[in-house]
Design a protein around this ligand. Sequence first.
Ligand code: UDP
Ligand code: MN
Length: 401
Amino acid sequence: MLLWCQTGTLYKGLLTLVLALIALEYLFGSFIETRRWDNMFPYSNTTRVQFPEKPGFQHHPLVKALIGINSNSATNNSSGTPLTTSRNYNFNNNLTTVEIVSSNITSSNLSNTTYFENFDEIVDTNRSNTTGIPLCPDIPPNLRGRLEIVKSPVPAVLDLENRFTWLKPGGHWYPETCKVIKKVAIIVPFRCRGEHLLIFLQHMHPLLKKQQLDYTIFVVEQDGSGPFNRAMLMNIGFTEALKLNNFDCFIFHDVDLLPEDDRNLYTCPEQPRHMSVAVNIFNYKLPYPGIFGGVSAISREHFKLLNGFSNSFWGWGGEDDDMSNRIRFHSLHISRYPISMARYTMLTHKKDKPSPNRYEILRSGQKRFSTDGLNSLKYTIKEVKQHLLYTWLLVELQPPS
Ligand code: UDP
Ligand code: MN
């Protein structure tokens, strides 16, 4: 994974070595697999449960625990240690395969019974009966303002899982003492920023919980080493998230931006909201009025109306300004929290080379608003996993023809 992620920074001499290693890989092994961030996880046991989709089904107690029907056992086993859980769905030939990965479950826990599961039942977390509980307040209580920003040490996955045992699989949570009406999906475009992701998750989960949101974090990872396409990953995140749940609100979030104030609510207001207004590296000033990059919130209905982001921006830059133009074109406007609240720290990284043709694509953007976006999105899903900390999608983008 590290080799894959850092090839750009290796000297020419080392490149030869890498090529030699890749040649060896084809002959002997599978280290190419390890390029994926996901394969760095220290999960120990993998148990595969396979069952045909049929009406009328019987849940295995363990499956019940993992899908949250019996919520206590989902986070604790008999020894009291939290389970490390991850579920992997595949849809082939009418078979739903659920792969349960857990550090504390041995295969002997699963007997050979055939389990009939209905896929909808699994993904739509069975929540307890919410009638009779009050609506959550518009402004959550206990917000304090400034948040501590912790950039080091970089936490380990297992450390975060042990701390955030209240999470439900897939990087999901909702309050149980009050009812939330709108479901929020946080979409993170991602490739080769593993350390940032861990720092981001450490910061975001407690904040989103404190804000009493019904939320799920999606990490959409671009496979391969071709030019990065942030906008396509966000379009894919939107499309795929809606297959899992009817999210009302989408927050598109760079992995390296940490909100500094808990009053900066992760919700979708009446108009699209640009959230990362004041970023430390820009001296906490808005660089230009139409900016829409970094972190932004758009409702499901508006995102559909806008036809999502353009798929045409490969490499760094342009896609966020094109979205800003789409918003104006559709007579919507960008809303923002005050600069004192919408503050962010950006984690340090090497600046990518801006794509040279971004202005040209941007200039002709309007011609393509209705044909370039959600309705022309082409990609292949290579893997989907529900880790405890987030839902992970590995995707291959189809380059332009
Ligand atoms: N990104 C990524 N890997 C990359 C390039 C970009 O994961 O190689 C994602 C990540 O979420 C990042 C966002 O795209 O925060 C924007 O890219 P970047 O941080 O390089 O942009 P900048 O901060 O320079 O605007
Ligand atoms: Mn950045």
